[in-house]
Ligand binder design. Structure first.
Ligand code: NDP
Length: 329
């Protein structure tokens, strides 16, 4: 007789992205991690998950029968999403496939962790946004992410949507690496100072995700007798949560912190923390408008899961300390 496997099967989608790579690390102690990218490679025995194909995605998930799906795949090209073709792709990857995935997870009785963004808000005011504040995205990427998170909530079941901000990781391109490279190459550097948010490390998000999954699996909850399908009845902690590092800064303040660190390490900078220029968003036009106020109020997450969110500077310095100059080339 086959004994049931004692560990959950955890399916990571978008396993080559900033958050995806860290999830593969952080989830390993929890169970059997299956890491899927959009195309098959030599290591995945032919499995892949392309979110531009909702039907194929659902077939793959149904075959793999996970206990949890952690969706770190997304169309994240914010400016490209403003074009007609980009908008179509953002809608398919960030909305249609997420809707199909959420419904599939409910059918399978699997939990779902999904990530969303501060860009669901319009950025007005100075207050940190709460989960109860109405979303009002100012660009097509933000709209596609808002529609995706709504679809997860509508499907119900056992799910967490983590709305986060300004994600960076050791792997992949990000603001920190760009600033370091430009500060060594150029005589002048101008950085936007009127957009405020919390730089959040992919490693922190991945660690928090592992804690959340463990805690949600440990909570037992009553399924009402009238519920036809147990999975349809939501876990008491299912919901949207704001999850980012503590504190906040502007892109300019973030750049200054990076360059301070680089000066202290003796990097050959042409622009330093003191000489990087602060400019307004209006002086740096982009295809997609960005929200000015991206502060997220994280009280609900901290109180529900009893987890601490370290200051943003800690994660940035940790990442920089692991960065080798050759990674900038
Ligand atoms: P990345 O852009 O680093 O990673 C996204 C991953 O999704 C990439 O590996 C990419 O694959 C994959 N992907 C894109 N299209 C498809 C597709 N059609 N099928 C399968 N996979 C696809 O993003 P992050 O890790 O930074 O973001 C993780 C989550 O956090 C996302 O939901 C994002 O919206 C959210 N978020 C990100 C923020 C940020 O500043 N980066 C801020 C706030 C929220 P490939 O490697 O092949 O391109």
């Amino acid at each position: 007789m086959n004994m049931p496997h004692p560990f959950p099967r955890l399916l990571v989608l978008g396993a080559h992205g900033q958050v995806g790579r860290e999830l593969v690390r952080s989830l390993a102690p929890l169970g059997e991690v299956i890491a899927l990218t959009r195309r098959s490679d030599d290591h995945d025995q032919g499995w892949f998950a392309d979110l531009s194909d909702p039907v194929g995605l659902v077939q793959t998930v149904e075959r793999l029968q996970p206990n949890w799906v952690i969706n770190a795949a997304a169309y994240t090209a914010v400016d490209e999403a403003q074009s007609a073709s980009g908008q179509l792709m953002a809608d398919r990857v960030n909305h249609q496939s997420v809707a199909a995935l959420a419904q599939c997870c409910v059918r399978l009785g699997a939990g779902l962790v999904h990530y969303s963004t501060d860009y669901v808000f319009n950025g007005q005011g100075q207050q940190a946004w709460k989960e109860s504040d109405p979303p009002h995205p100012v660009n097509a990427y933000g709209l596609s992410k808002q529609q995706g998170e709504e679809a997860v909530v509508q499907a119900g079941g056992k799910y967490v949507v983590m709305r986060t901000s300004w994600v960076y990781g050791l792997h992949g391109n990000n603001f920190a690496k760009t600033m370091l490279r430009l500060a060594m190459e150029r005589e002048q550097l101008r950085v936007v100072a009127d957009q405020v948010g919390a730089p959040t490390s992919a490693a922190l998000l991945a660690d928090l995700t592992a804690h959340v999954i463990r805690q949600m699996d440990d909570v037992s909850y009553e399924v009402p007798a009238h519920a036809e399908n147990a999975a349809v009845f939501s876990h008491p902690w299912s919901g949207i949560y704001h999850v980012c590092a503590s504190g906040s800064t502007s892109w300019h303040g973030y750049a200054q912190r990076i360059l301070q660190w680089a000066s202290a390490q003796g990097w050959p900078l042409k622009v330093t923390a003191d000489t990087v220029q602060a400019i307004a968003s209006s002086e740096y036009p982009t295809a997609a408008p960005r929200p000015l106020n991206s502060r997220l109020n994280t009280e609900l997450f901290v109180n529900t899961f009893g987890l601490c969110l370290p200051d943003w500077q800690q994660g940035v310095v940790d990442m920089l300390n692991s960065l080798h100059p050759s990674a900038l080339k």
